[in-house]
Design a protein around this ligand. Structure first.
Ligand code: NAP
Ligand code: F7E
Length: 341
């Protein structure tokens, strides 16, 4: 029998990669999208087919703040697997809209889990929860499944609730529910305001003389950056195990934001010169200032250093990342070039 998957957060970066991955595996894929005043399905354009014709891909309206729609969607579709990738996922923005971020990230997760339980589908549905390395926050790297969580933003705290409510519903109601604790993962279709996409897109435009300057915040935080295509494979693998469990997914390497900029510049063969310190640090190319610091991009509390230890996933899931950071940068730059009008 054909397996059915339901994806919350289908219109996001990971939702698009996961949908393609599952369609290739022969799944019938259902996704929940929010109503928006303009089209929000750009990332799905290449897999969307008019449902009047034969297709394995279906979109439904819904929202994680709306219990009624969640209950109805899960009941109507009765999927074998649910992937909850929906969130207000921008850490800096979560300081501006903390209540909404918690409503979606934390209570939204509870709404799905409790719908599974209330509909008596605990034995049928396997559940994946999109956890985040942000939950580790100030914990010393490398971080793994045994590391204490020290969250540093409303986003991270909401993900921590989601993590523990997933564990609780697994233990209390026997739901096959897994937490993936994923470190940063990027791609050409990463949201434009996350730092990697912001850097790649601006540097490319500066290189092509279509933009003069890029303004950034903290250049010295370090992240463990992988590729989204590798990471959605890990999500699926978690739900194919005999027992539900929680896993760290990472590359085990870290780079600072400044190192990431230098990697992009190297790929573009741009010779950058850095001068100054702190808020006055500037980056020059061809004797012109192309990068400056703007205080508004700093967070009230920062996460300084993330580096994941993914030994458990390697051993139990037989998972490891395939795409390294240089190939990631190259693919992101190629995408900018192909879409350059
Ligand atoms: P993303 O591109 O920001 O996508 C988030 C998705 O959630 C979008 O489809 C968005 O819909 C949807 N969404 C937001 N609020 C919603 C609501 N109230 N109801 C229903 N859907 C809602 O994020 P991503 O990078 O793909 O990440 C996927 C998940 O993994 C997120 O939960 C994120 O927090 C988590 N995560 C990401 C990373 C990473 O590095 N990418 C690492 C660890 C964990 P719209 O398109 O309409 O906005
Ligand atoms: O910031 C610094 C910023 O917003 C990375 C989300 O997917 O990964 C992501 O969260 C670093 C931070 O990602 C700018 O201060 C400097 O230290 O790209 P980011 P994030 O906060 O790590 C985790 C795992 C998730 O779960 C989240 O959903 O870069 N930084 N200057 C900047 N960041 C941004 N966005 N913009 C800047 O101008």
């Amino acid at each position: 029998m054909k397996k059915k998957a339901l994806i919350y957060g289908i219109t996001g970066q990971d939702g698009a990669y996961l949908a393609k991955f599952l369609l290739n595996k022969g799944y019938e894929v259902h996704g929940v999208k929010r109503r928006s005043s303009s089209f929000n399905t750009k990332r799905l354009d290449d897999i969307y087919t008019d449902p009047h014709f034969k297709t394995n891909f279906f979109l439904h309206y819904g929202d994680l703040t709306d219990s009624l729609s969640i209950l109805k969607t899960i009941s109507n579709i009765s999927p074998h697997e649910i992937y909850n990738l929906a969130a207000q996922s921008h850490v800096k923005v979560s300081f501006d809209v903390p209540e909404y971020s918690a409503n979606v990230g934390a209570i939204g997760t509870l709404r799905i889990l409790d719908s599974i339980k209330s509909l008596n589908l605990s034995k049928k549905i396997k559940y994946y929860q999109a956890g985040s390395s942000e939950m580790f926050g100030a914990a010393i790297p490398p971080q793994n499944e045994k590391t204490n969580f020290i969250p540093r933003s409303p986003y991270a705290v909401s993900k921590l609730f989601a993590h523990w409510i997933t564990v609780n519903y697994r233990e209390a109601y026997n739901i096959f529910a897994c937490n993936g604790i994923l470190f940063n993962h990027e791609s050409p279709i990463r949201g434009e305001t996350f730092v990697t996409k912001k850097i790649v897109s601006a540097l490319y435009k500066i290189y092509k003389n279509k933009q003069k300057k890029l303004f950034l915040g903290n250049l010295y935080s370090k992240r463990d950056w992988g590729h989204a295509r590798d990471y959605v494979r890990a999500m699926w693998k978690m739900l194919q195990q005999k027992k539900p469990d929680d896993y760290v997914i990472a590359t085990g390497t870290q780079y600072s934001v400044k190192q990431f900029i230098n990697l992009c510049a190297k790929e573009l063969k741009m010779n950058l010169v850095w001068k100054g310190k702190g808020i006055n640090e500037k980056c020059y190319w061809n004797k012109k200032v192309i990068i400056e610091i703007d205080q508004k991009y700093f967070r009230p509390t920062e996460v300084d250093s993330l580096k994941g230890d993914f030994k458990k996933a390697k051993k139990k899931l037989k998972w490891k990342p395939i795409i390294g950071i240089r190939d990631l940068v190259k693919e992101m730059l190629d995408y900018e070039s192909k879409n350059d009008k």
